[in-house]
Design a protein around this ligand. Structure first.
Ligand SMILES: [Zn+2]
Length: 278
């Protein structure tokens, strides 16, 4: 059995400008019909569990819908994309949902500095970093209060700050998942030493630098994810779905030179250890 360790089941609608003309297949829409079909198609391919991440406060009302679904690992938090909005208000919304039911983890939280930083004025750059870090810090503290792991988005070039903040906040008390890690390999061992798991997706086996990260991560610390539906599969070009975790898991098993079944079982075991489910 397979697990998709990071997917957005109740996702925000895909913006029109992200839908290229040459995309094949159905465009994901967050209707209950599409979502049920997406989950049952994944099940048919052997994906028994999905880690469902709700990280946009606009989607928080759907947390209670997600709680009704079977074999879903519930993650809720506030994305760094929202860091310039009213943080106190968003945190209060988050706390209300946590009171409804304690999730398996807080996420995805973390940092993603804009690529066009050089076009921003210095004070704007400083402000964005400061606000993202504030939001990240507050949510690490919430996770520690209730003793659940964190799901960390570590965007390109943010790795040093991520490691620094995880250490300052003693986030190793709760541990977590490093998701979508696209930075260099130098800090991987530090994150592993803090007890964090690395979650690899469609892009990791396809880029040399990222392949090295797979190579140096022990299989006991690997999770596999799709980040559905926010990525595109290359050919035929279409939006990624939780069922795509099956070929990704097999690809990474091959890179690690492990029997694919043994590897899939290991990923399930790792997920259960981290997110504390049966
Ligand atoms: Zn995500």
């Amino acid at each position: 059995m397979y697990i998709d360790c990071h997917a957005h089941i109740f996702f925000s609608p895909i913006p029109k400008e992200a839908i290229d003309k040459d995309i094949k297949g159905e465009i994901p829409t967050p209707t209950i019909d599409f979502i049920n079909r997406m989950i049952s198609n994944a099940k048919k391919k052997g994906v028994s569990h999905i880690v469902g991440v709700i990280s946009n406060p606009d989607e928080f009302p759907r947390y209670k819908e997600q709680l009704k679904l079977e074999n879903i690992i519930n993650i809720i938090g506030i994305s760094r994309n929202k860091s310039l909005e009213d943080q106190a208000y968003m945190i209060s919304l988050l706390r209300k949902e946590i009171e409804r039911k304690i999730p398996h983890g807080i996420g995805e939280i973390g940092l993603e500095y804009p690529y066009d930083f050089d076009k921003l004025k210095e004070h704007e750059e400083k402000e964005i970093k400061k606000r993202q870090q504030e939001l990240f810090r507050k949510q690490i503290q919430i996770a520690k209060e209730i003793a659940i792991p964190i799901v960390v988005h570590a965007g390109y070039g943010t790795d040093k700050d991520i490691v620094k903040m995880l250490k300052q906040e003693k986030a190793d008390d709760v541990g977590g998942q490093i998701h979508g890690y696209m930075s260099n390999k130098e800090l991987v061992s530090e994150l592993l030493d803090l007890g964090f798991y690395f979650s690899f997706g469609y892009f990791h086996p396809r880029e040399e630098e990222l392949r090295t990260i797979i190579e140096i991560t022990p299989i006991e610390k690997i999770l596999i994810e799709t980040d559905s539906p926010y990525h595109l599969i290359e050919s035929p070009k279409r939006f990624i779905l939780p069922e795509d975790v099956v070929p990704i898991t097999k690809e990474i098993a091959k890179l690690k030179e492990v029997n694919p079944k043994t590897f899939a079982n290991q990923v399930m075991k790792n997920s259960k250890e981290l997110f504390n489910f049966n």
